[in-house]
Design a protein around this ligand. Structure first.
Ligand SMILES: [Zn+2]
Ligand SMILES: [Zn+2]
Ligand SMILES: [Zn+2]
Ligand SMILES: [Zn+2]
Ligand SMILES: [Zn+2]
Length: 290
């Protein structure tokens, strides 16, 4: 299953939606399952039984938030499916969160916001079928309905310019720069995800005033986010990531080369018989060859 979706609902409302005198109704407990089903399964189930469909249509809560997170970019979520799902929400949608849904286009998004003008949270990260112009159109449409869009996430949409970002900020009408995830990097002046340094005692922060910047301008420790100087290369890591000295010291190391994996890549640790620790992939290959 590549898709995940979330719904929230209350037990009480489902109970109210039921007619207990009707013997053809599904068992009451089945209604409790509805909010926990992935979106596509939920819709399939609604098609099999009229009372499920009625329960779903009369219950507002499952339609407040729609989340589709496509981990492997094999999206079933085309414009057509998205429009079909969101039209069922009948204007009740409050937050639309799409991650990695590359098939969704500007037309699809525009259709969704036109039919659901109450959306106040719009996240379309890594939805590469969308354009900056399309997102501006969608946000403009929401504005015409007096909706106050609170957060907008557009990280991963290509060719966003400073002008696009300015337009979006003026549309959101918010002084809070964190309402949009992408911002202008203070170092390269490009619209990107910008990170700050969590370290209070950061050397660079003290000497240069700031170590805030995008991932191209400031290298950061994969584990804790602290900035790393370009010349700090003694902390060799078994994966491609960078680690600060503190994190490098605390992570378990390969028995042969003494390089640690970051936690994200800890699954690459190989176990060899007779060893208490682990061996990194590169060392494991060497052992295998001999
Ligand atoms: Zn930058
Ligand atoms: Zn660190
Ligand atoms: Zn720093
Ligand atoms: Zn190794
Ligand atoms: Zn890593």
């Amino acid at each position: 299953m590549n898709m995940e979706s979330s719904h929230e609902t209350t037990h009480k409302q489902h109970q109210m939606n039921q007619d207990s005198s009707n013997m053809e109704q599904p068992h009451e407990s089945l209604y409790l399952v509805l909010p926990y089903l992935p979106l596509f399964e939920l819709l399939a189930m609604a098609q099999t039984c009229r009372s499920f469909n009625d329960a779903l249509n009369s219950d507002i809560l499952p339609w407040l938030n729609i989340v589709v997170y496509d981990k492997v970019r094999r999206s079933r979520l085309s414009d057509e499916v998205l429009i079909k799902i969101t039209s069922k929400a009948m204007g009740r949608l409050r937050s639309l969160i799409l991650v990695n849904c590359g098939k969704v286009t500007d037309d699809g998004l525009l259709n969704v916001v036109a039919n659901n003008p109450g959306i106040n949270k719009l996240h379309v990260t890594q939805c590469t079928g969308l354009t900056a112009e399309g997102i501006i159109k969608a946000v403009t449409t929401l504005n015409q309905h007096n909706t106050t869009l609170k957060t907008l996430k557009i990280n991963g949409i290509s060719n966003i310019t400073k002008e696009h970002l300015q337009t979006l900020h003026s549309l959101l009408n918010s002084d809070d720069s964190s309402s949009i995830d992408v911002e202008i990097c203070p170092k390269c002046d490009e619209p990107r995800m910008v990170y700050g340094c969590p370290s209070e005692t950061c050397n660079r922060k003290r000497t240069t005033g700031s170590c805030r910047g995008c991932k191209f301008c400031v290298l950061r420790c994969e584990e804790c986010g602290i900035c790393i100087e370009f010349d700090e290369e003694e902390n060799e890591v078994a994966c491609e990531d960078m680690l600060c000295e503190g994190c490098w010291i605390s992570l378990p190391k390969c028995d042969f080369c003494n390089k640690p994996y970051c936690n994200k890549h800890a699954y690459k640790q190989c176990v060899v018989p007779g060893s208490f620790g682990f061996v990194c992939e590169a060392c494991y290959m060497k052992i295998d060859e001999n």
